[in-house]
Design a protein around this ligand. Structure first.
Ligand SMILES: [Zn+2]
Length: 147
């Protein structure tokens, strides 16, 4: 398993809790491309520190204290003032603070690239299977090469 795979596998394991705490989806992504081994290693360490932190643990405990369907129902019914929701807000605040502290730049799904379609430099947004030009909207399927 290369370092990018290790990083993604840890990120996948943490995604539900990170999302539940209110961290933006576009920051829970690593663009598949060549990175320096050192860059990947330090990003992994940074993420792993969060995984092992009390802050992450506390959000997990609150999130897992009731079934997913209950969270969905609260959302659906516009219920906002239950104890576990208040606990989520408080514990998430601490986790988000940790997430914002020295977050490696590679946790982002956007980068500036030259677009062959509109012939301009534009911000591309990466999804699991494709990337999209922010200027012309052109979608390109990504070939993720495994070497
Ligand atoms: Zn374009």
């Amino acid at each position: 398993m290369n370092s990018l795979e290790s990083l993604n596998s840890l990120l996948n394991r943490m995604r539900t809790i990170l999302k539940a705490s209110g961290i933006k989806d576009h920051q829970l992504y690593v663009i598949p491309k060549e990175y320096k081994t050192k860059t990947l290693a330090s990003a992994f360490d940074w993420l792993h520190d969060i995984y092992m932190s009390n802050e992450y643990d506390r959000v997990s405990i609150v999130w897992c204290s009731i079934p997913l369907i209950a969270w969905q129902n609260y959302d659906l019914l516009g219920i906002k003032d239950l104890t576990e929701q208040k606990l989520m807000i408080v514990t998430s605040r601490a986790l988000i603070k940790l997430w914002k502290n020295k977050r490696p730049r590679l946790f982002i799904n956007r980068q500036v690239e030259f677009c062959e379609n509109c012939n301009e430099k534009a911000v591309f947004t990466y999804k699991d299977e494709y990337k999209q030009c922010g200027a012309c909207g052109e979608i390109t399927n990504e070939q993720i090469t495994d070497c």
